[in-house]
Structures are given as structure tokens and as C-alpha cells.
Design a binder for this molecule. Structure first.
Ligand SMILES: Cc1ncc(COP(=O)(O)O)c(C=O)c1O
Length: 475
């Protein structure tokens, strides 16, 4: 145990050690049963004689706070319960964060899991290939596979190679390993882009409704974030502010509406960006799960001018807690993005990167995707049919052929109805998310966003039955 004892001066050393340890025992930092360091070791660390530490230990033992004193060592004796609990860190002076942090709206904490949880944005953890991942990780966590040195900020070379191939095959993205930067999820990719491109006060256009974590991130970097409406074809390019330096979009599966950006809109956005010398971020966070329709070319592939930054994530394909994502960086920004990654966190954790590289290279990712896509396609169909059956024309399903969630708007009724029905559903054990919180400004649509990643087919059926009962004909 790395025990810290504050020695203020050289007087009464045994007393200082005794009082320091006693305080830690009484306030619970040192817990009953913990072994304290042998006298010789603590004496060496504190630069005092062994006898001094022995005296302190004897005083503690005399008070019944230390027992043992055998060859197995000395152990803390749990102190009586009535002692005050350990204090928090001193509140101290009020330190002042940058003004921007007090202007940001704190995201609402996630609701506790509901019994029937149509939570948005999470995959099914039970489909994760735990066995294979554990095996690959065990192979990495060996001295022969690890190095003590820091690694390349851009990422593990084999993973960069594997990701470049994976998105080349699955999404037609033209990139080689040197274009790929491995990040802690899509969120860090957005952060790096913002750090590299944005001056305080720069305008960033985001979709409305849109992805709150991206909005919040750009605001935190001091950008002026302007929400731009989304219609049936995706982002309304004609409504983009003239001075937008950066445009953040989710064209394959708009978040949260689920709309696919039409080809004319894609071209219009790229033309607009060329004319204004703006940069486009294409967040392709869940397009691996596409259940119908022809896949559309990514903005990145359509772009000939090197102004689209393609962002991807393994949060949906694998698990969000792994924090594995990537960024395809244009040559003109590669040095700066790599540097931003380096000053931010040196590099992403190496063993997980190596495991993912093996997972992709060995064909396990392709197999996992085939399996999960089949499963999610069934759930998507079940939810779509179920919503139509239970709610008829009272709920308008927005067209969606991909991802792990879909959106539906109420045929009539606004914010009040949305609040009431969402609350009634929760009271009945059904977790559905209201659409309005995804708007930065005044919501123009009301309804629900429903995730099906975490529900089985039976779970979807039962959840919908209860959802319908909870709204009792209000839709
Ligand atoms: C629009 C969008 N982008 C990205 C992500 C994934 O982010 P990350 O890779 O940081 O987990 C999500 C997850 O819900 C998302 O909805």
C-alpha cells in the first residue's frame, strides 16, 4: 500500500506518523482489514528510523486501531462506527472556469433504464462477441506483445490499415492507412476537428433537430452554433448561414429523424461548401446497419476538393464503452489533426486498437456485422409494423432504412401532449424519448425517437402493447 503521511518537520516524528495514520483510520480512508506497510518499508519511504515507525505502530495497537504485528504484517482494525465520515476535498476559493462553461446547458442525465426500454443509441450488449474479444485481448496483454513506449498518435498501423480497407469495401470511401486517424469514438474526432479548424466565434452549422453532443462540443470550443432545419431530403442547404466555417451532418441516417440525405442535396451541400470555402463533417455513425434501398455514395466520395472529413465509430457495431472511432483526414489537415490528438491524449489505448485490427483482419467483424444486421433488421421491421398496427395514422413514422432507431411524429398535438404521453409511458414501464429535446431552438415536430438496439422481438411487442395502453387512445 502506498501510504501517504505528511511530515511537517523533524520534531516528534513518531507522533506525526501516529496522528497521520490514526486520522486516516478514523475517517475511513484506511479501512478495516487493510495491511499497513512493514515498519522497515515505511521508515525508508519517510526517511525516518525504523524504530520511529515501530513506536507509532505500537501506540496505534495500544488504542486497538492496529492488530497483528506478526510476520504476516499489521492490519487496520475497523474503527468504531460513530466516527465522522471522511471529508470531501476542501471547497476552497471559487475558481473561475472560462465563461463558456457556465453558458453551456448541462445535458439531462439519462433516465434510469425502463422495463421496456426503447432507449436511443445503444446496441445490444448480448450480441457483443465477448469470447472472441477476450481471446484476442489476452493475446495482447503479454509482455511480448506490449511495449513500454508511447505509440503513434495517429493510431496502431494495423488498425489504420484495417479501417481503411473496411470503409473502402463497406462504404466506398477512398482512403489509405495514412489518411486514417484512430480516435476515442466519433466524439473525439469532432473535438480534434474543432480544435484544428475553429477560431472563437466561428460559425458552425448543425442539423435541427440534431445530435446534442456535437452541438455542445462545438459550443464548448467557443463556436457560434447555428441550427439549420432538416426536411424530407436532409439538411436544407438554402438555409445555411453564409459565414458557416464548418457544417456537421449525418447524411446516411440523420440523427435523430432517420432521413437519408438525397443525392441532389448532397451535391448542393458540396457546391455550397466549395463556394464558401467551408468544411463538411460527415458523421457516418451507424450506416453499417442498412436494411433496404440502394446505399448512397458518401459525401466524402462525391467530394473532389478535399473538404469533407469523414467520421466513423465502432460504438454501434461493437459497444460504445470501448470508445473506438476514427477520422479520415484530408492531406491538408493531417499534420494538425495528428498534433491535436497528441496534445489531447497522446494516442488511443493500444491493446484495444490491436484487438480491433485483428478482429477486422480475421473476418470476425464481417461475420459479426452479418449476424447483427440480420437481427437489427428484424427488430426494425417489427417496430415499424407494430407502431403502424397500434397507432395507425395517429403516429407518423419517418422513413428510415438504417441504424438502431427510428422517429415518429404525432399527427396532432404539440409539446404538452409529447410531455404528457412520454411521462405516462414511463409510468407504465416503457422508456421512449421525446423528440423535442433534440432541437436547439423551438421544436417544430413532436413525437418520439425509439431505439430498438436493446430490445428483443418479444420485448418490442410487449413494449408497444404497453405503450399503446399507456396513452389510452390519446393518439
Ligand atoms: C449522430 C451520432 N454520431 C456519433 C455517435 C457515436 O459517438 P461515439 O463514437 O463518440 O460513441 C452517435 C451515437 O449515438 C450518434 O448518434
Amino acid at each position: 500500500m502506498d501510504l501517504h503521511v505528511d511530515l511537517k518537520d523533524r520534531r516528534d516524528l513518531a507522533g506525526q506518523i501516529y496522528r497521520g495514520l490514526r486520522a486516516q483510520m478514523l475517517d475511513g480512508r484506511l479501512r478495516g482489514g487493510e495491511r499497513v506497510p512493514p515498519t522497515r518499508e515505511l521508515a525508508r519511504r519517510l526517511g525516518v528510523s525504523r524504530n520511529t515507525v515501530s513506536v507509532a505502530y505500537e501506540w496505534l495497537a495500544a488504542e486497538g486501531l492496529l492488530t497483528g504485528r506478526t510476520r504476516a504484517g499489521s492490519f487496520v482494525q475497523a474503527p468504531p462506527r460513530e466516527h465522522p465520515p471522511r471529508g470531501r476535498a476542501t471547497a476552497g476559493v471559487k475558481l473561475r472556469p472560462r465563461a463558456i462553461w457556465s453558458e453551456l446547458r448541462t445535458p439531462r442525465p439519462p433516465e434510469p433504464p425502463a422495463r421496456h426500454d426503447f432507449r436511443v443509441g445503444i446496441p445490444d450488449a448480448t450480441l457483443f462477441p465477448f469470447e472472441a474479444w477476450r481471446r484476442l485481448m489476452a493475446r495482447q496483454l503479454r509482455a511480448s506483445a506490449m511495449t513500454a513506449a508511447y505509440a503513434d498518435p495517429f493510431g496502431h498501423p494495423e488498425l489504420r490499415e484495417a479501417v481503411a480497407r473496411h470503409i473502402g469495401v463497406s462504404r466506398g470511401v477512398r482512403a489509405d492507412a495514412t489518411d486514417v486517424l484512430i480516435t476515442h469514438g466519433a466524439q473525439q474526432a469532432l473535438d480534434l476537428i474543432g480544435r484544428v479548424l475553429l477560431e472563437p466565434g466561428d460559425c458552425v452549422a448543425v442539423e435541427e433537430p440534431g445530435y446534442p453532443p456535437a452541438r455542445l462540443l462545438f459550443q464548448s470550443l467557443g463556436a457560434r452554433v447555428v441550427p439549420v432545419p432538416v426536411d424530407a431530403e436532409g439538411l436544407d442547404v438554402s438555409a445555411l448561414p453564409d459565414d458557416a466555417r464548418l457544417v456537421y451532418v449525418t447524411p446516411s441516417h440523420q440523427f435523430p429523424l432517420g432521413i437519408v440525405m438525397s443525392p441532389p442535396r448532397r451535391r448542393a451541400l458540396l457546391d455550397w461548401a466549395r463556394q464558401r470555402d467551408a468544411v463538411v463533417i460527415e458523421d457516418d455513425y451507424d450506416s453499417e446497419f442498412r436494411f433496404g434501398g440502394r446505399p448512397l455514395e458518401t459525401l466524402h466520395s462525391l467530394d473532389r476538393s478535399g473538404r469533407v472529413l469523414y467520421v466513423g465509430s465502432f460504438s454501434k457495431v461493437l459497444l460504445p464503452s470501448l470508445r473506438l472511432g476514427f477520422l479520415v483526414a484530408p492531406p491538408s489537415l493531417q499534420r494538425e489533426l495528428g498534433l491535436a490528438k497528441q496534445v489531447s491524449d497522446s494516442h488511443s489505448q493500444l491493446p484495444a486498437q490491436a484487438v480491433l485490427a485483428r478482429f477486422i483482419d480475421s473476418g470476425m467483424l464481417a461475420r459479426h456485422l452479418r449476424k447483427t444486421r440480420r437481427e437489427y433488421e428484424l427488430r426494425h421491421a417489427r417496430l415499424t409494423e407494430g407502431l403502424a398496427r397500434h397507432f395507425g395514422s395517429g403516429l407518423r413514422l419517418l422513413p428510415s432504412v438504417a441504424g438502431l432507431h427510428l422517429s415518429a411524429t404525432f399527427a396532432r398535438g404539440g409539446a404538452r401532449l409529447e410531455r404528457t404521453l412520454t411521462g405516462q409511458a414511463r409510468a407504465a414501464g416503457v422508456g421512449v424519448e421525446a423528440l423535442s429535446p433534440y432541437f436547439a431552438g423551438t421544436p417544430t415536430r413532436h413525437g418520439w425517437v425509439l431505439g430498438y438496439g436493446a430490445l428483443t422481438l418479444d420485448g418490442i411487442d410487449e413494449g408497444l402493447r404497453r405503450l399503446r395502453a399507456s396513452v389510452a387512445g390519446a393518439l
